[in-house]
Design a protein around this ligand. Structure first.
Ligand SMILES: Nc1ncnc2c1ncn2[C@@H]1O[C@H](COP(=O)(O)OP(=O)(O)OP(=O)(O)O)[C@@H](O)[C@H]1O
Length: 284
């Protein structure tokens, strides 16, 4: 869908490049996570992909054609949900959606979407009276207004309680199942684990790692099993190599004869990988 090659970008007032030659491809029908520490250039990359920032170096193509060749028709296929929702606060939710709908040739069923995200009963309320989470849900509905083929989402579950976050994540998954492509930026590695087919970790203006979450976990994880058991009335922990487990006499003997407290394969998490490849903690 998108192919990005050697993309570099410097903001006019900055001396240093924000993007220092990044390359990646986003396949049709995948949920692609663009991850990395705050300020690394994720939103900048998204803004280039949606033609909000020009004057970049390198090549960006959409469906095989240079992005710069596209005019306004490009936006008919793209749904964008920025992190900071921009709505008309004096207008109601429905009036906001009606306004934005007029920009597009193709329209989704707004009532259905409002019902799905739990905002139908509030559709006649002024958006200025909405909570942060309600604005985030309305923002997501807005991204789907034109029945897009590509969704570009920046922190779509930010400010949402677990129930509403679940609804949005289900809708993102359903969008993909219906053939849509999603480019997702988030700091929530659990969301990434649940949703993304592939992820790119950005660090210092370049892409440090790009692969499926599963492959990254295998690559960065320890292939070991930790067994915790009772030995002489006290708990003991022991590590065993996962790949040779079935022939490991000592492991088999422990499982057969000891009281086992826990057994865990010591897979790494995306949080661990984030810290390892970007050098920054996800909480920072
Ligand atoms: N309009 C701008 N003018 C100058 N510098 C900018 C501008 N917008 C962003 N930057 C700088 O570019 C860098 C990358 O910003 P960007 O918003 O792309 O980061 P990000 O990875 O999306 O961060 P976050 O996770 O906090 O949203 C930062 O150093 C930021 O200060």
């Amino acid at each position: 869908m998108f192919a990005v090659k050697d993309l570099s970008f410097t903001y006019p007032k900055n001396n240093e490049k924000t993007l220092k030659g990044i390359s990646f491809e986003i396949q049709e029908g995948e949920i692609f996570g663009l991850l990395g520490p705050s300020g690394v250039g994720k939103s900048t990359t998204q803004k280039i992909l949606i033609k909000l920032l020009e004057n970049y170096q390198g090549e960006v193509t959409f469906k095989g054609k240079d992005l710069q060749c596209y005019g306004k028709e490009f936006y008919q296929e793209i749904g964008v949900g920025f992190e900071m929702p921009v709505h008309f606060s004096k207008l109601t939710a429905e009036e906001n959606l009606t306004f934005f709908k007029k920009l597009y040739a193709n329209n989704a069923d707004c009532d259905e979407l409002l019902k799905r995200v739990g905002l139908y009963a509030d559709k006649d309320k002024q958006v200025g009276e909405f909570s942060k989470g309600m604005k985030a849900r309305l923002n997501f509905v807005r991204a789907l207004l034109n029945n897009p083929k590509v969704l570009i989402l920046d922190e779509p579950t930010n400010g949402l309680d677990p129930k509403n976050a679940r609804i949005i994540k289900d809708m993102i998954r359903e969008f993909r199942q219906a053939g849509g492509t999603v480019i997702l930026t988030t700091h929530l590695m659990n969301d990434v684990d649940e949703l993304c087919n592939r992820v790119a970790f950005m660090a210092n203006g370049v892409i440090a790692e790009i692969d499926s979450p599963k492959s990254l976990k295998l690559k960065h994880g320890q292939r070991v099993v930790e067994v915790e058991y009772i030995q002489d009335s006290a708990p003991v922990k022991q590590l065993f190599d996962l790949d040779s487990l079935k022939n490991n006499e000592e492991f088999i003997e422990i499982v057969k004869t000891k009281e086992i407290i826990t057994i865990h394969s010591k897979e790494t998490t995306l949080d661990d990988i984030f810290i390892k490849v970007t050098g920054v903690d996800t909480d920072e």
